[in-house]
Design a protein around this ligand. Structure first.
Ligand SMILES: CC(C)(COP(=O)(O)OP(=O)(O)OC[C@H]1O[C@@H](n2cnc3c(N)ncnc32)[C@H](O)[C@@H]1OP(=O)(O)O)[C@@H](O)C(=O)NCCC(=O)NCCSC(=O)C[C@H](O)C(=O)O
Ligand SMILES: [Mg+2]
Length: 277
């Protein structure tokens, strides 16, 4: 069972075998850490990286950060050992790349041995099957992999990610329909702070719960953009108070700051307050 009100704004990837990054991640204000064994680790280093990931977990020092392992794809020779280690070493969940179908999602859940699965949607087929993948019991989140997806689509994303918007929204719709979480893909230009912030704001607008990151410089902006602001909290409290005043006077619909308020707005306002807390 996943705690839906636990903030998961910033989800940082790092190569499991890069010692300086592992040490740095323990000091960063990230909500989730993904030790990567897949694309950030070259084939010859896979076994050593798996050992490094286990050692990093056993050494501790991760505080309240949620710890995930990104395993290699299920079709590889490394996946079974990756997932067995994740369970044995005490990771909180596993990220499974390139999940293409319901069958593959079900296999991931089985191989994860009870650990929650965050399924990566990063192939055209994965996008089309995302609604069914998200409903597989044991899958608790969809993770957008927009670099792989753009490659497979032969898309050339602009600053507004125009050719990817269909897929990004499809991932959010699939996740929300199934009641699981969803996280946006990475922004690869680590030197472009303004570009990162703009993309993170677009993630929020699309409905994602958080964003995956690749560099410490992206953490603070991500947390800020995905946190309810002080104004959001004041707005939510005012809206709930207005709705409750309406109920007390016998009406189920009222206005707040000139806009209609119904129970659905109150539900969203309560979610915002829960997150802010
Ligand atoms: C992108 C990087 C390769 C850049 O590396 P580098 O230029 O060496 O970074 P810096 O010199 O600026 O690093 C400064 C210090 O910060 C630490 N660091 C860097 N990145 C991280 C990180 N991700 N987490 C924690 N700490 C980090 C460095 O170790 C330096 O520390 P120190 O020496 O003590 O000062 C690099 O940032 C990187 O490797 N990022 C993560 C790459 C990764 O994990 N990729 C896989 C996931 S993304 C993906 O696969 C896409 C997806 O699947 C899709 O299809 O879209
Ligand atoms: Mg990928």
């Amino acid at each position: 069972m996943t705690d839906v009100l636990r903030p998961r704004r910033s989800v940082l990837y790092l190569p499991a075998n890069r010692e300086s990054a592992v040490a740095k991640a323990r000091t960063l204000a990230v909500d989730c850490v993904i030790l990567d064994l897949e694309d950030a680790v070259q084939p010859a280093a896979k076994d050593a990286a798996r050992e490094a990931a286990a050692a990093a977990m056993q050494a501790g020092g991760w505080g309240g950060r949620e710890m995930l392992l990104r395993a290699n794809g299920l079709g590889t020779a490394w996946a079974a050992a990756d997932l067995a280690m994740a369970k044995a070493a005490g990771f909180g969940a596993v990220v499974v790349p390139k999940v293409d179908s319901v069958d593959e999602a079900a296999r991931a859940v089985e191989m994860a041995g009870g650990l929650p699965v965050w399924a990566m949607i990063e192939t055209p087929r994965g996008v089309l099957d995302a609604p069914a993948i998200a409903r597989v019991p044991g899958v608790v989140a969809l993770l957008a992999g927009m670099a792989d997806l753009a490659k497979d689509l032969r898309a050339r994303p602009d600053g507004a990610r125009t050719p990817l918007l269909y897929s990004l929204s499809a991932i959010v719709v699939a996740a929300r329909a199934a009641g699981v979480m969803c996280f946006d893909g990475v922004f690869t230009d680590v030197g472009d702070a303004a570009g990162f912030e703009a993309e993170a704001r677009q993630s929020v607008m699309l409905g994602f719960d958080g964003k995956t990151l690749i560099h410490p410089s992206q953490v603070a902006a991500c947390n800020l953009v995905f946190s309810p602001s002080a104004e959001d909290v004041v707005e939510a409290e005012g809206l709930i108070a207005a709705y409750e005043a309406g109920l007390a006077s016998g009406v189920g619909v009222t206005t707040f700051r000139g806009k209609m308020v119904e129970v659905l707005h109150v539900e969203e306002a309560r979610r915002v307050l829960g997150l802010a807390r």
